[in-house]
Design a protein around this ligand. Structure first.
Ligand code: ASP
Length: 305
């Protein structure tokens, strides 16, 4: 089968068309980076990690550099990664001053007997693995500082600001192996120490070679209550196709809990699923030499690479 990588750059109310364009350009680049690895016979884990790392480095996304700020103006990030072959998984939560939380999540998966490391413990583990700790505040940007100031001035502080751009990727290789990865700065104006759905296996990320792989984005507390990623997988296990399962579960969650999200999915047969109940979600996948992408509902553009 043709290898595929499917990437998202966050779901929500993206009002500005210029920003929307930038987010779409970013997911296109991330998908190409991941696909290049798959095309050369690289692993699905390497592909999703590389795609997510690219977006963690891009300040326009809410992950790595450019992550939204807590009420106190700090960056605290979450990430998770999962391999469909043996259901191994790794995640980190409330990590600070690290350029690539997704790589740290992968190290938790591959180098410890745990699934999730938090805060200071995650930082000590990062140091033990030779990961560079950045100077305090290095991941804070002018954009996120201004956004927090605007948010604090404009509304009650419920930790639900409008800055968006959580990132995620799912990939399948030519032998049908699957992986999923997701990374976020969380919700703008959140309380210090808040963990998101993104670091919860089954909510933000899930992969099982027998069924499929999913990465989610949107209102974290809602996604976590619904176990959105695992719901999509279960729905596919019950016989639905990737797109139907993804859209059904997102809509069911929104109906039941009155909040919005998005998800991207690949089935073990290589079917693609893209669904969001938010206004927009940037997404892109590469299959062969075709790049498919969009951000608005019903939008599906195709370009040759
Ligand atoms: N799910 C993330 C969180 O709640 C945010 C997002 O995906 O936009 O932290």
């Amino acid at each position: 089968m043709d290898p595929i990588i499917l990437v998202h750059g966050g779901a929500g109310r993206i009002k500005d068309d210029k920003i929307a364009k930038v987010l779409v350009e970013g997911v296109k680049k991330a998908a190409k980076i991941g696909h290049n690895i798959l095309a050369k016979g690289g692993s699905v884990l390497d592909a999703v990690e590389a795609a997510v790392k690219y977006m963690e480095d891009d300040e326009n996304y809410n992950a790595g550099k450019g992550s939204v700020l807590t009420l106190e103006g700090e960056v605290e990030m979450d990430a998770s990664i999962m391999l469909g072959a043996d259901l191994s998984a790794g995640a980190v939560t409330v990590v600070k001053d690290i350029q690539h939380p997704i790589s740290l999540a992968r190290m938790v998966m591959e180098k410890t007997s745990h699934i999730l490391l938090a805060g200071e413990g995650a930082k000590s583990f990062a140091v033990s693995q030779g990961i560079q700790i950045l100077p305090e505040g290095a991941l804070v940007t002018e954009r996120t500082k201004n956004a927090l100031t605007k948010y604090l001035a404009s509304q009650e502080h419920k930790g639900d600001g409008h800055e968006l751009g959580t990132v995620g990727a799912v990939a399948i290789d030519s032998s049908g192996r699957l992986a999923a990865a997701t990374s976020t700065g969380g919700r703008e104006g959140k309380l210090r120490g808040r963990s998101s759905d993104t670091c919860i296996i089954g909510s933000g990320t899930y992969a099982d070679d027998n069924i499929g792989a999913t990465s989610t984005t949107g209102h974290g507390e809602t996604i976590a209550k619904f176990c959105l990623a695992h719901s999509v997988i279960k729905s596919m296990e019950g016989g639905k196709g990737a797109n139907e399962a993804t859209n059904d579960c997102v809509q069911l969650m929104t109906k039941r809990l009155n909040n919005t999200a998005g998800a991207v999915t690949l089935s073990s047969k290589g079917e693609v699923g893209i669904g969001f109940s938010t206004e927009r979600m940037s997404w892109c996948y590469q299959k062969g030499d075709e790049l498919h992408f969009g951000i608005d509902h019903e939008e599906h553009k195709i370009e040759k690479c």
